[in-house]
Design a protein around this ligand. Sequence first.
Ligand code: IYR
Length: 235
Amino acid sequence: MSDFWQEDDSYKPVPLPHRADYSDVEMLERAETFYLLMKQRHTVRDFSTKPVPRAIIKKAILTAGTAPNGANMQPWHFAVLGEGPFRGTICEEAEKEEREFYAGRAGKAWLNALKPLGTNPEKPFLKSAPWLIVVFAERYGIGPGGEKIKNYYVPESVGIACGILVTALHNAGLATLTHTPSPMGFLNEICGRPENEKPMMIIVVGHPSDDATIPAEALHKKSLDQVASFLIGDV
Ligand code: IYR
């Protein structure tokens, strides 16, 4: 074990390619500007059919792929679905699951928690929004000889990538909805993804419809005191 670190020459440090060089004042300004931008993001359930160029989706996925992740395995796959007959199937399959969920599978407490959001089993946007991005988590990789390769911190890695994806799409000016029908096994077949990949969420992407609304509840964000504690320092 003691030779373990010395025998390997795969670690090759290179100089940090980019670094920010802002004053504290500039950083605070940038932090404020970014906060104001992100405060404008809302999960949207009413999408217009207005087309969205594929190039924006591609760039947002490249951005998501910059996420920090376990051992740089980048254990994700983004299956992008534009218009096509498969959209009707996804909508039907997801609504079938959701009907059971809302009919009782969720349990009383969960359904009560959802009441202020006004959600229901109808998911027309799965058919009508211009793009769906189905995010798959690669539970393990497969080597050239078909052997399993372990991935690390997969849910954490893919979760961060999804956060960056939603942020990138919002920054571009698009609306998103993170949808997590469960179970979601049908998505592997529809998207042609292998068994070692697990669907984590569908990110619905498009423009909001003219009459789009959000639940008032969504405007309520916890205060800094509620979500953060500072144990040392006072600047
Ligand atoms: N997947 C269901 C229910 C749902 C669950 C949570 I947690 C939400 O924040 C919103 C909805 C649906 O999409 O309706």
